[in-house]
Design a protein around this ligand. Structure first.
Ligand code: LRH
Ligand code: MN
Length: 395
């Protein structure tokens, strides 16, 4: 490999960071059940311990996304304990995710619920979550709403939109000057007729109405089959409204499978649009790369290491795209030449350079193998095995 190419890979790896989801270490499943794993993390201490393992072996995931009801059973009262725990583990608390979908009262929605008492309760939980984020020094609050309906005529879609536009600016006002609200869209599930924030356009409209520090979050699993995700990414970049990603992969719907396991070229095309935008604008895009997966069958820590290392590979491949050659071919409508610029980069085996980069950082060249040699899985399986996690909540 030409030295310039290796340098571009090393440079991209030096800046690439990806956030782990606390719920990715817990026993999660589908509506048809979850297969319990003895090593699964149940407590926030165990989730930080597992995240520390992944960061120790890869060096690129120093933050852990937290889900308020799952990780802060006592709400803000848990913040100090979690701040101390994070410090002891060398993993910073990352994005904060309010839970506006599990409580029984959210049957007909949270911010979009016709009952003003439920809307007030939902707003208070979201405000408490912003306060927790401020207390822990977390920059991003991720807002995903399961709100919607299952049958035509059962919801006033325009009225619900007005209720969201009443509440979101309140959260924005609560957020600190260095904080962001990341609004996450999803076309369906758990609602199957309409979802109040169903696509990028609705999320963009709400972000703009919420305030200047609101952005859109793209969960790769939240798209219709034939949707061009990287085009959405290009548009949000052009508007300066792309805040972050929840990476996972899918064959059908929001399958939450491991990144790149089904369509690695999809993730590569997304990373390409971001790096091409950065080359063209000369500015680094301010994007939070995060993982949002549910590991029902794979070992959870192994799946997380696999995800992080695959993300590094695909990000490094995108760094190899010759942007000048691509722009020239695009300008001349040289279709095959332009496509080949991308495919050449995607087809390049970047693993040897990544292994060298890890060695240079004092990291194991093969994190997954190093994890298997570490004995950590056997140790925590013995410590945690023989107990059943609460089958009620999702994580
Ligand atoms: C909704 C979602 C959201 C999380 C949840 C765990 O599908 O993507 O980001 O809160 O998964
Ligand atoms: Mn998500």
């Amino acid at each position: 490999m030409k030295s310039s190419a290796a340098e571009r890979i090393v440079h991209s790896l030096d800046s690439f960071r990806i956030e782990l989801p606390s719920w990715g270490f817990a026993n999660t499943g589908t509506r048809f059940g979850k297969f319990l794993q003895p090593a699964a993390a149940l407590t926030i201490e165990e989730k930080f311990s597992d995240a520390e393992q992944v960061h120790r072996l890869t060096g690129v995931c120093p933050t852990l996304a937290l889900h308020v009801l799952w990780d802060f059973p006592n709400g803000a009262a848990d913040a100090d304990r979690i701040a101390a725990l994070a410090a002891s583990r060398g993993i910073r608390p990352g994005s904060i995710n309010p839970n506006l979908f599990e409580d029984q009262m959210y049957k007909h929605g949270s911010f979009g619920n016709p009952d003003p008492r439920v809307r007030a309760h939902a707003l208070q939980h979201a405000r408490d979550s912003v306060a927790i984020a401020r207390r822990l020094g977390c920059r991003d609050v991720v807002l995903w709403f399961a709100d919607g309906s299952n049958y035509p005529g059962t919801a006033n879609i325009r009225q619900r939109r007005r209720w969201f536009e009443e509440n979101l600016p309140v959260l924005h006002a609560d957020a600190g000057a260095d904080q962001r609200l990341l609004i996450e869209y999803k076309p369906f599930e758990p609602a199957f007729y309409h979802t109040d924030i169903a696509d990028w356009g609705m999320a963009l409209a709400f972000a703009r109405s919420a305030g200047p520090r609101a952005r859109v979050l793209v969960d790769t699993g939240h798209h219709y089959q034939s949707q061009n995700i990287e085009q959405i990414v290009a548009w949000l970049l052009a508007d300066g409204m792309l805040g972050g990603f929840h990476f996972n992969d899918r064959r059908y719907a929001d399958d939450d499978l491991t990144l790149g396991s089904i369509d690695p070229y999809q993730v590569f095309r997304i990373f390409h649009e971001i790096r091409f935008y950065e080359w063209e604008s000369g500015a680094a895009a301010d994007i939070a790369y995060m993982i949002d997966q549910s590991h029902n069958l794979k070992g959870k820590i192994e799946a997380m290491i696999q995800t992080v290392t695959h993300a590094q590979e695909l990000y490094a491949k995108a760094a190899l795209v010759d942007h000048a050659a691509l722009a020239a071919a695009q300008d001349r409508a040289q279709l095959v030449e332009a496509e080949s610029v991308l495919r050449d980069a995607f087809s390049t085996d970047v693993r040897p350079v990544i292994a060298e980069w890890r060695l240079a950082k004092g990291l194991p060249p093969d994190p997954l193998d190093a994890f298997r040699q570490s004995g950590y899985l056997e140790r925590v399986s013995a410590e945690r095995g023989g107990r059943t996690s609460a089958a009620s909540s999702y994580a």
